[in-house]
Design a protein around this ligand. Structure first.
Ligand SMILES: NC(=O)c1ccc[n+]([C@@H]2O[C@H](COP(=O)([O-])OP(=O)(O)OC[C@H]3O[C@@H](n4cnc5c(N)ncnc54)[C@H](OP(=O)(O)O)[C@@H]3O)[C@@H](O)[C@H]2O)c1
Length: 468
């Protein structure tokens, strides 16, 4: 179905006036003597929308909306006439409203509408005064809403069309980091394809086959061989994935003129740096285990083949999906009275959700600041202090039930032998990424608290379901 730009019958966009004085400003959002005849607002609600996030598209069968976009934040509002019998059927229009253009938009039933917060960093506010009560009197009725929020829907596709110059292929979407990136891509309504094991990156032909006929502007590669200890026994396998697989992605990106974002690790360093500053991107690499060597080999393949790449080295990842140190500690705290943790290795824990944010920010900013970057949460700690923080915060949140106390005992790394040697000090300096992308990074403690709070909410939801 084709839409052409034009006015839509019944849609009224009216500039709102700000009455300013030294105290601030005031806006008349609506006056009944200013609304079309018979239009009577029945309720009002306010919504906050994060930068880059879209609401809709959807339409109502009976309800008329009276939206006010007056800041904070700026929005792109899109409207399509989908009403059979309307004189302006198949017309669509776009309005930019918000802080820079305060506007009220009346949207009659049958007009599909959606809006996206196009601000870089500001949470946007929208107020609506619909003329029907949400779910009717006493909330006893069906929701009057026809949703077009599916990826296949023509209105949705039309809405994201302009984003298609940023079409992303997320590789490794079922892994710990990949799943958080996919969640964010959905939240931000960014256009993407996703694959994991089913498109084996070691097989170049599989890449070609998957991508045939697909437009792709960016690849985010989260696939990798990540079992640090096992890599000492599976040297070939780790190189096949972390070097050869990455070489395939670099060659493929080069052939198709795709920008590649690849994730690498702190373990490319030996950890012997003086402990006053973290490793910078230009510091000499010298991996001391197979995993680190294979990750470095992957970096080399990219540097050899591509110009338009971002290699992001990160460290000590934990996230909602997959095994990680936080989950292991929580399990041990539930099972044991004594937990021994290494106290002489330093690093910076990193929440995958925070890394996912910066990766999408790089894509959105679409600037040619290619190269290697370091990203972790702020702060430096040891595995022992990290474990203590997990215990204390989890206890406070009630994630570790009962009064039982667990003793956490610091031990030296040589008392806990592992197949792979670990760098003693693998702290990464984030100066470059902060400067180039104007970032504020939160501390590892704050991110950890956020993660544990998420686990608490999840636990409560599960309990609630069990009780039902
Ligand atoms: N975890 C950390 O602490 C950490 C620290 C620094 C850097 N990194 C790097 O960050 C990236 C993401 O780490 P993560 O912990 O999220 O990894 P992860 O959970 O192990 O996810 C990797 C994903 O890639 C998939 N995969 C494996 N082989 C594949 C193949 N041949 N083709 C396509 N997909 C394949 C895996 O499937 P299977 O699960 O079925 O194998 C998995 O879903 C990796 O590059 C890692 O080296 C991680």
């Amino acid at each position: 179905m084709k839409f052409k730009n034009g006015e839509i019958e019944g849609v009224i966009a009216k500039k709102l006036t700000r009455f300013s004085d030294e105290r601030g400003y005031l806006v008349e959002t609506f006056r009944t003597d200013n609304l079309p005849n018979k239009l009577k607002p029945a309720m009002s609600y306010i919504s906050y929308t994060s930068p880059g996030v879209t609401r809709g598209p959807h339409e109502h069968e009976e309800q008329t909306d009276i939206f006010c976009f007056m800041g904070p934040g700026n929005f792109k509002i899109k409207l399509w006439d989908n009403r059979k019998g309307s004189k302006t059927l198949r017309c669509c229009r776009e309005v930019i409203g918000g802080e820079d253009n305060p506007v009220r938009i009346i949207v009659p039933p049958g007009v599909v509408h959606g809006y996206r917060n196009i601000s870089e960093e500001t949470d946007g506010i929208v107020i609506n005064y619909p003329d029907k009560l949400y779910r009717g009197w006493g909330k006893k009725e069906e929701v009057d809403e026809i949703r077009h929020e599916d990826k296949e829907d023509e209105f949705y596709l039309d809405f994201i069309k302009e984003d298609k110059s940023q079409m992303i292929w997320l590789i490794g979407n079922k892994g710990m980091l990949g799943s958080d990136i996919e969640k964010l891509l959905k939240e931000k309504r960014m256009a993407y394809w996703a694959s994991d094991r089913e498109v084996d990156i070691i097989d170049y032909k599989a890449l070609d086959k998957f991508a045939k006929d697909k437009q792709i502007n960016w690849i985010i590669n989260c696939a990798g061989y990540t079992r640090v200890d096992k890599a000492e026994e599976e040297i070939e396998e780790s190189f096949r994935l972390n070097r050869d697989g990455v070489r395939n992605l670099a060659l493929f990106s080069n052939k198709r003129k795709i920008k590649l974002i690849h994730i690498s690790a702190d373990y490319v360093f030996d950890g012997r740096k003086e402990r006053t500053a973290g490793y910078s991107e230009d510091d000499k690499t010298n991996p001391i285990n197979t995993y680190g060597k294979s990750k470095l080999a992957g970096e080399e393949e990219i540097k050899k083949t591509l110009v338009e790449y971002f290699i992001i080295r990160t460290a000590w990842l934990y996230g909602k999906e997959g095994n990680n140190f936080v989950y292991t500690m929580l399990r041990l705290f539930r099972e044991r009275d004594l937990v021994k943790v290494v106290e002489d290795q330093w690093g910076s824990p990193t929440f995958t959700a925070d890394l996912a944010e910066i990766i999408l920010k790089i894509i959105k900013s679409d600037v040619d600041k290619y190269g290697i970057y370091h990203f972790t949460n702020e702060g430096v700690t040891t595995w022992y202090a990290f474990a203590q923080a997990i215990y204390n915060k989890a206890k406070k949140l009630g994630l570790l039930g009962g009064k039982r106390q667990v003793e956490i005992k610091p031990i030296k790394a040589n008392e806990y032998p592992t197949l792979a040697k670990r760098p003693v000090y693998s702290v990464l300096s984030k100066d470059k990424i902060k400067k180039e992308f104007n970032l504020k990074i939160r501390s590892w403690e704050e991110a950890l608290e956020d993660f544990l709070s998420f686990l608490k909410i999840k636990e409560e939801k599960l309990k609630g379901k069990e009780r039902q």
